[in-house]
Design a protein around this ligand. Structure first.
Ligand code: GDP
Length: 192
């Protein structure tokens, strides 16, 4: 029932949108196993369920947040649902996305490299004013950390991305991640 809405998701030109009630397509990217589904479930349902895969199979969840100035942002969250390879090849997945959240696992340098690959894909196929976040998930496993925060900060800065480390398990920084909504271009112009 959500499929019919996909053509109206683009918030790039916000004239037709109510600036107080934004609807925002958010795509998740990142290697399989980095915790994308768990981040979404933590955000939407306030739960951590390591066996979440099946529930998120629908790969579409939405959640509305209120910002301090009483704007509401309804995120329409697209998860690759295990189809990471397909998503990387499908500019359709990015089309109309106002926000992209690229996730890696701080214990996996490979997943960090893969995140960089997806950033390049977004730069090629995404909307030019897409707001991008780089997310180092599984921050609770800091004893096994293999990606330095400094390295990720550096990469994020060079690519104009918001950076945050999260834990879907402990809920650390999950809500803060979605405050990325404050960076949406139409919000910045409407709040000035
Ligand atoms: P996805 O393939 O990127 O959607 O990854 P999932 O959300 O399915 O998570 C993959 C695995 O990582 C699961 O076994 C989760 O329990 C685990 N996981 C996800 N987030 C975290 C986290 O923040 N901390 C820890 N310790 N494990 C996590």
């Amino acid at each position: 029932k959500n499929a019919g809405q996909s053509t109206s998701l683009n918030t790039e030109h916000s004239a037709a949108n109510d600036p107080k009630n934004l609807r925002v397509k958010l795509v998740l990217l990142g290697d399989s196993g980095v915790g994308k589904s768990c981040i979404v479930l933590r955000f939407v349902r306030g739960q951590f369920d390591p066996t979440s895969k099946v529930t998120v199979g629908a790969s579409f969840l939405s959640q509305t947040i209120a910002l301090q100035d009483s704007t509401t942002v309804k995120f329409e969250i697209w998860d690759t649902a295990g189809q990471e390879r397909y998503a990387a090849l499908a500019p359709l997945y990015y089309r109309g996305a106002a926000v992209a959240v690229v996730v890696y696992d701080i214990t996996s340098p490979d997943s960090f490299l893969k995140a960089q690959y997806w950033v390049k894909e977004l730069q090629k196929h995404g909307s030019p004013d897409i707001v991008m976040a780089l997310v180092g998930n599984k921050a609770d496993l800091h004893e096994n950390r293999r990606v330095l925060a400094e390295e990720a900060v550096d990469y994020a800065e060079k690519n104009g991305m918001f950076f945050i480390e999260t834990s879907a398990k402990t809920a650390d920084n999950i809500n803060q991640l979605f405050e990325i909504a404050k960076r949406l271009p139409q919000r910045q112009s409407s709040s000035s």
